[in-house]
Design a binder for this molecule. Structure first.
Ligand SMILES: NC(=O)c1ccc[n+]([C@@H]2O[C@H](COP(=O)([O-])OP(=O)(O)OC[C@H]3O[C@@H](n4cnc5c(N)ncnc54)[C@H](O)[C@@H]3O)[C@@H](O)[C@H]2O)c1
Length: 307
């Protein structure tokens, strides 16, 4: 599906990744971008609204009747609305309502509205805790509620493809970072260092992750929507691995401090390693991560220093 001139729905479009995607869709000449979110944080959309092609809908995905109008006549849907990891793992029922029933409502409304293709934001959490570098054939061993709901969102989408002919691509993101993010390790460390406080490390700090810049996640979403590919799941990562202590080290260098981190006990269920292979997305979607981690951190800290 081409992007230029077409109408797209972005659920969770005022969130971190959604807002970055909305801006990119506008820049690529999308005819209309319908932003669905239960909290309309217009500031997150920057200049995108000045284009006159962004429409905002205050919509809760748990209320099916609110979804029908905004879906009508759009060609593509990016489903990003979510109860995030932390709250999902403490309020299990709310996670079920928003991520599972909400997902069902979104797909159902998409079918009724005539949408042809859905790109679903899934997560590497579906693989569970593993030391292996995961590709898409890795068993789906999630044991927490967030992972369970993200995986169920995938399965429901497959069912809608079977019964209603909905086209889809599933993208399983590794750890995303970049402008507009409010939570997460990188923000927490930068904020502590800015306040001259030692960064906090939960556990030994040797937990390691695959970090991917939000602009590369946006690129993968666009490629997934634009390509003819349907019925596939892809990892989307940066193909680089960094431990918590390495990340703190890079940030300290960029910010010109060497404050010793403070160590705290690791929370239960903490993941030791989460690293993915994005080879399939490279091969089938032409995905190519373009922001090296050190460069992304440098931009975020906003200094001229080199990591
Ligand atoms: N950020 C990451 O590192 C990461 C990693 C893996 C997967 N993902 C997935 O990417 C997607 C976007 O993540 P994000 O980091 O931008 O999250 P975010 O929390 O920044 O944005 C989610 C948005 O969904 C909206 N929302 C929540 N409940 C809603 C409801 N009931 N109805 C309508 N809108 C609702 C929120 O208001 C928010 O704007 C999610 O599906 C998430 O599971 C993110």
């Amino acid at each position: 599906m081409k992007i230029e001139g077409q109408s797209f729905v972005v659920t969770g479009g005022c969130g971190f990744i959604g807002a970055n995607l909305v801006k990119d869709l506008v820049n690529r000449g999308a005819g209309e971008v319908r932003v669905l979110d239960k909290e309309l944080r217009e500031a997150s959309l920057g200049d995108a609204q000045a284009s006159g092609r962004v429409k905002l809908y205050k919509v809760d995905v748990t209320r099916p009747q609110e979804l029908l109008g905004p879906m009508k006549g759009a060609q593509g849907l990016f489903h990003m609305a979510v109860l995030p990891l932390g709250p999902s793992n403490t309020d299990l029922r709310m996670a079920l309502d928003i991520n599972v029933v909400g997902g069902f409502n979104v797909y159902d409304a998409a079918v009724q509205g005539g949408i042809q293709k859905v790109v679903y934001s899934s997560a590497s959490s579906v693989y569970g805790d593993t030391d292996a570098v995961v590709d898409e054939s890795h068993p789906l061993n999630t044991v927490n509620m967030y992972g369970a709901t993200k995986l169920t969102g995938e399965l429901l989408l497959r069912a809608f493809a079977t019964h209603k002919g909905l086209g889809y691509v599933i993208l399983r993101y590794m750890n995303v970072y970049g402008p507009g993010q409010t939570g997460g390790l990188i923000n927490a460390v930068i904020n502590r260092l800015r306040q001259n406080q030692p960064p906090l490390v939960f556990g030994l700090g040797n937990q390691s992750f695959d970090y991917v810049h939000v602009s590369d996640i946006v690129q993968a979403n666009i490629a997934a929507m634009a390509s003819e590919v349907s019925g596939e799941a892809f990892n989307v990562g940066g193909d680089e691995e960094f431990s918590v202590l390495q990340i703190i080290g890079i940030l300290q260098k960029l910010m010109g401090t060497d404050m010793k981190p403070e160590f705290r006990p690791a929370p239960s269920g903490d993941v030791g390693r989460r690293v993915g292979s994005s080879q399939k997305a490279r091969r089938m979607l032409g995905y190519q991560p373009s922001v090296p981690f050190s460069e992304g951190l440098r931009q975020l800290v906003g200094t001229g220093a080199r990591a």
